[in-house]
Design a protein around this ligand. Structure first.
Ligand code: HEM
Length: 139
């Protein structure tokens, strides 16, 4: 095969493969199953933390799990819609401090470590959750 023909063929193959190769953060988190493992671990981590678990005394954990799964799926560009309440409405009246917020982020990181999520992937998720901070703290 002539070199120019081969180059064209290779280029065409790369172009065709292009869109399929682009992965979303959702894919990198392991999709629906990966997110379910992270959320499960996150809820466990919360339950072990005496200072944080008290916020959840009246919480329906089944709903929390479902809404967290939807939210993480949506913010990571997965095929989901978040059907829970706004971050402002949910956390209103809780008077969450910066320290408590940071601790919850740390608990999420623990859960991602246990689930084997790579650090750069963890950071991408945290970066997408960070803008919610002012909607959650001191409300
Ligand atoms: C990036 C940080 C956070 C995110 C993304 C987040 C997200 C969520 C979501 C999606 C829900 C479920 C909403 C619904 O049921 O409609 C929820 C509920 C809740 N969150 Fe957060 N949250 C964060 C930080 C915190 C922190 C720092 C605290 C407390 C220290 C907290 C305490 C709660 C409690 C107690 C509930 C349950 C409310 C209820 O029982 O109705 N959250 N959160």
């Amino acid at each position: 095969m002539k070199k120019v023909t081969r180059t064209l063929l290779v280029s065409a193959c790369l172009l065709a493969a292009g869109p399929a190769m682009a992965t979303t953060l959702y894919d990198d988190l392991g999709g629906k199953e990966g997110i379910a493992v992270v959320v499960d671990g996150f809820i466990n981590e919360i339950s072990y933390d005496q200072n944080i678990v008290k916020f959840f005394a009246q919480t329906d954990i089944k709903r929390l799990r479902e809404k967290l799964e939807e939210q993480l799926c949506m913010v990571s560009d997965g095929p989901c819609e978040y059907t829970g309440d706004s971050m402002e409405d949910v956390h209103a009246g809780m008077q969450i401090t910066t320290g408590e917020f940071n601790r919850v982020v740390e608990l999420l990181q623990n859960a991602m470590n246990q689930a084997g999520v790579a650090y750069p992937v963890q950071n991408r998720l945290i970066k997408r959750l960070a803008p919610m901070r002012p909607e959650i703290i001191h409300r």
